[in-house]
Design a binder for this molecule. Structure first.
Ligand code: FE2
Ligand code: FE2
Ligand code: FE2
Length: 208
């Protein structure tokens, strides 16, 4: 009888261990990284859609250069989303985003909203995610958070400059350049390698 109880106890224990291992393919710390990647993927997917809508509004209002900037930033956010998605896959999950309808106001207000979003990502969200990914030594996540953070810092600068110089942003044919590896966005290509990911200049795509 004692042996039977011992055997049953052992079976239940083994079942619990098996269930727990199945439910949690990555450990708790890596799970936090995974959730952060999902949050970032969702944010980037929404920013991509929002900036395309803002670009349309800027075109309607005759701010053609600001429209080009929004399209360039939208491309960068898509690159960030793709990079995050690749890391989510490596951790055994599928990237999920809930892309909401974009709230589009005047171009001035849209720029203000964009600056707020970029500043939050630059100063709070990505630094926290980067630090956590480093603490659990997941290099792919560290890299994709670093790439995005650096690009958002530049987006914040470009949007702020646009907001401060709206009257001069009606020129047609303005071109921005976006690194297709890290999403860094710039107005000129006066360098040999990307400042952020060190890819050669030919990895930059022109957006107008
Ligand atoms: Fe981004
Ligand atoms: Fe951005
Ligand atoms: Fe780059």
């Amino acid at each position: 009888m004692k042996m039977l109880i011992g055997y049953l106890g052992l079976s239940v224990l083994l079942m619990c261990v098996a269930t727990s291992a199945y439910d949690r393919p990555v450990n708790d710390a890596a799970n936090v990284t995974l959730q952060n990647l999902q949050t970032a993927f969702n944010g980037e997917s929404n920013a991509h859609a929002r900036y395309l809508a803002f670009a349309e509004k800027a075109d309607q209002e005759g701010y053609f250069q600001i429209a080009a900037l929004f399209r360039a930033a939208a491309k960068a956010e898509q690159i960030h989303a793709n990079n995050h998605e690749a890391e989510i896959k490596k951790l055994g999950d599928t990237a999920k985003a809930n892309v909401e309808n974009s709230v589009v106001k005047s171009t001035k207000e849209n720029l203000e909203a964009a600056i707020k979003g970029e500043t939050y990502e630059r100063d709070a969200m990505y630094p926290d995610f980067y630090k956590q990914a480093r603490s659990v030594a997941i290099p792919g996540a560290v890299q994709t958070f670093n790439y995005a953070s650096s690009a958002e810092a530049e987006h914040a600068k470009l949007f702020t400059a646009a907001l401060n110089n709206m009257a001069t942003m009606r020129t047609k044919g303005a071109t921005y350049y976006v690194c297709t590896v890290c999403g860094y966005t710039t107005t000129n290509l006066d360098f040999a390698k990307c400042h952020v990911c060190y890819s050669p200049k030919d990895k930059y795509a022109a957006v107008s």
